[in-house]
Design a protein around this ligand. Structure first.
Ligand SMILES: *Cc1c(COP(=O)(O)O)cnc(C)c1O
Length: 362
């Protein structure tokens, strides 16, 4: 029996998207591909709020997250760390042989712009990594406030991960002065995994051109050169690009403002449900993510048992906590194509499953 994913990625993919993927292949150097690639740019640029090109990488987001470091970090990167993904980015920088500073916050806390300013003022950094929406803890940092700090340090390049917040709310790349803005396919865009989508400022491209050890697969200069011909550096995952084309149609039909409003409304509905049940939001309320809710398991529910019931009887699954928060928190996604009706059905299922799930033995 198939079941529906309410975990914060990968998330459920619509039948329309799945059908879009099942189209015949075209050559990636053919005029058909060039017109497909070029036709996506206006909608992608609108979503990125940018006049720069938007590149398509056949990789998950980590490919571009690692590649960005190799292209722009020459002296030292400062990694803002407040959860599993942002903590790992520091490890990845070190594995790439980069000098990397760690600006640590408790899991569930947002990145503090004042602390970032203090650390950057010590000097020596030429790049910062930030995860806008820490999916592991459901915590969303204040991106405009953080970018205001980064604009005080023009020698520092900003690499911003919006993997689980992209298209959930406006993220205005050019206006905020973001150098590299990246996302992945399997979170809020509700596509299958395997495609990373990103946009790069002109000054970051110029910076990349000076980096001698930037490699090939994630070389930003290669992405730009190929983009100018309506292509990608290597053979791209064409089925996912068909899926992206279909999704961009959906987004255009709904309208960006309506899409943002829908995500906010469904997120609030689930947050209110959790509160009414007696669960506490794990992050501080003002920093709660708008694409998922991460609740502290304040009622000591046996989460694996709950998911067993949800899967067997209601054909859906939620997430039982990430990494060191496993069992202590649970996460429910409201990304993608969810509607008032699907979230209402989810809540009915959650209520029913909770009623028959024992408390965890303590
Ligand atoms: C899921 C996720 C990633 C990792 O994406 P992959 O597709 O596994 O490479 C990175 N950052 C955030 C915030 C995520 O939610």
């Amino acid at each position: 029996m198939p079941y529906k994913l309410f975990i914060p990625g990968p998330i459920a993919v619509s039948d329309k998207t799945l059908r879009a993927m099942a189209q015949p292949m075209i050559g990636h150097r053919s005029p058909d591909f060039v017109s497909l690639y070029q036709s996506l740019q206006p909608d992608l640029q609108a979503l990125f709020y940018t006049s720069d090109p938007v590149y398509l990488s056949t990789s998950s987001a980590w490919g571009v997250m690692e590649g960005a470091l190799r292209n722009v970090v020459q002296k030292k990167v400062l990694n803002c760390m407040n959860g599993a993904f942002s903590d790992k980015w520091n490890d990845v920088a070190l594995r790439c042989g980069k000098a990397a500073g760690a600006l640590r916050f408790e899991w569930g806390q947002p990145v503090d712009p004042a602390a970032l300013r203090r650390e950057l003022a010590t000097g020596g950094y030429d790049a910062v990594t930030l995860i806008h929406n820490e999916t592991s803890t459901g915590t969303m940092s204040d991106l405009p406030a953080i970018m205001a700090v980064l604009r005080e340090f023009p020698e520092v390049f900003s690499i911003i991960d919006t993997v689980s917040s992209f298209s959930v709310l406006p993220i205005e790349k050019d206006k905020l002065g973001i150098d590299i803005l990246l996302t992945g396919s399997q979170k809020a865009l509700a596509l299958p995994p395997g495609l990373s989508i990103f946009s790069v400022s002109k000054r970051a491209l110029a910076r990349a051109a000076q980096a001698r050890d930037r490699g090939y697969y994630f070389d930003l200069v290669e992405f730009q050169k190929n983009h100018e011909n309506g292509m990608t550096p290597s053979t791209p995952v064409i089925p996912l690009i068909y899926a992206l084309q279909s999704k961009l149609e959906d987004i255009r039909a709904e309208g960006l403002e309506a899409r943002y409003a829908r995500h906010l409304r469904l997120n609030e509905t689930l947050r209110a449900w959790g509160r009414a049940k007696g669960f506490k939001l794990f992050p501080a309320e003002p920093y709660g993510s708008r694409s998922l809710n991460c609740f502290a398991n304040t009622l000591s529910v046996d989460l694996p048992a709950l998911n067993k019931v949800l899967k067997a009887k209601h054909h859906l699954v939620i997430d039982g906590g990430y990494g060191k928060l496993k069992g202590l928190t649970f996460r429910i996604s409201n990304m993608g194509d969810e509607t008032d009706a699907t979230i209402a059905a989810l809540i009915t299922a959650l209520d029913s499953a909770l009623a028959e799930t024992p408390k965890r033995a303590t």
